[in-house]
Design a protein around this ligand. Sequence first.
Ligand SMILES: Cc1ncc(COP(=O)(O)O)c(C=O)c1O
Length: 480
Amino acid sequence: MQLVRALKEKSEGIYPFHMPGHKRMLAGDGIFSDIYSIDVTETEGFDDLHEASGILKEAQDKAAELYGADETHFLVNGSTGGILAAICGTVTINDTVVVAANCHRSVWNAVALSHADIYVTAPEAEESFGICAGVDPASVKSALSDISREGTAVVITSPTYEGVVSDIATIADICHSYKAVLIVDCAHGAHFGFDDDLPENPVKKGADVVISGVHKTMPSMTQTALIHINRNCPSKDRIRKMLTVFTTSSPSYVLTSSIDSMISLIGRSRKELFEPYVNRLNRFYEKASGLKCLTVLNRRMLTRKGSYDHDKGKIVVGDTTGRVSGRRLFDILYEEYSICAEMAGFSYVILMTSVADTDEGFNKVLDALFKIDSMICRMPETGKKNEPVPLPHLGEGRIKNRMIEAMFAEDTEQVAVERSCGRIAKDLITIYPPGIPVTLPGQPVSAGAAESISEALRRRLKITGLNNKEVTVLWERSST
Ligand SMILES: Cc1ncc(COP(=O)(O)O)c(C=O)c1O
């Protein structure tokens, strides 16, 4: 009963500026209050998600219409399921896939399974908070002309966790001129296109495959997501096949009907939900501009090539004067103001918002931020600015895909982070969230990666892929 007790107790009285997007407040339909009574899978009278032809097909078609897609499939194991299917259905051994270095680990795991070689393209760093900029279309063009082979794929994340949006229309045109498939990980942008004040939905900007994480920013249950496939996508049949490979054979109707319920809710009440949401956000940014020591990221601060637009729904706030780290700010919000942020980075926290947020929620966080701001301003200056977040340290250009080989390697040893530099990593190491890799299995650990891991350990950030705070590397004769 520990889990049940935790569910009842842990979130009581805490305001959720994190996923899921329904915020435990906005359910499209009353039937979800008794989950057991609606928990079925593909039994008599119900449709089969793997070959939808009845009620699931109808629901998926309704979702496609809402998002303006030619074809939409429901996903019940998060955006991860769609990313695996999209990449493994599009590229394979002897192909080269262009991947933006700041893609989530689910993308890298999919690339590992695909056995395709990799061409890394690295977005620049924004000065504000050191976050990744958007993907520069010119870098995609240069990667594709370097590969000089048609029929590959380009995978990018837009928006990023911090809400940075890339120029999908231009990138899609470039991809199509090289006959490459553009796959957009839009896990954080399922709410795009539902208000003029939000960025446009990438489906309508010409991307071939878009994965929308509806559980993150829309009122839909955890694990639910959508994959949209353009009718001209040359790998669409293989992606459909891969969807059946990566999806459970017992998809939950609780989850699929939660997506359906959200789609109907937005279909009938889009304006009523999104207008007040965007007004709340605009009011928040206007008031937050009065903060003195804390900084809130906005569109004007995104100055690097590739940063095309900004999702104001992701509130990125931090102390750029260096007195309070992201982790500390997260803890203060939680412990002193009963606000749970989505994540803590090196120097900032992300407050994730959705149409389910309330005026009370926004007032509560504004009040907390102003109080924290005056506390920070009274603290002595450290003279040290907050370090930027670690960017991916994967370099740029072509990489032989040795990921599975390294992940399965048996001759390995563990070394202290400072000694891992130059050694071949066994595991994908990410600072989580955001889950962007600092090392790839089968690739040397860079000096920057080792430094970022050490810094993240010092700042108590969660890291995946370490073993007892050490890096597992492939054994080398010279290392004995
Ligand atoms: C950018 C990005 N892509 C994909 C995913 C995977 O999404 P899910 O947890 O729905 O599988 C995440 C998860 O946080 C993410 O941040």
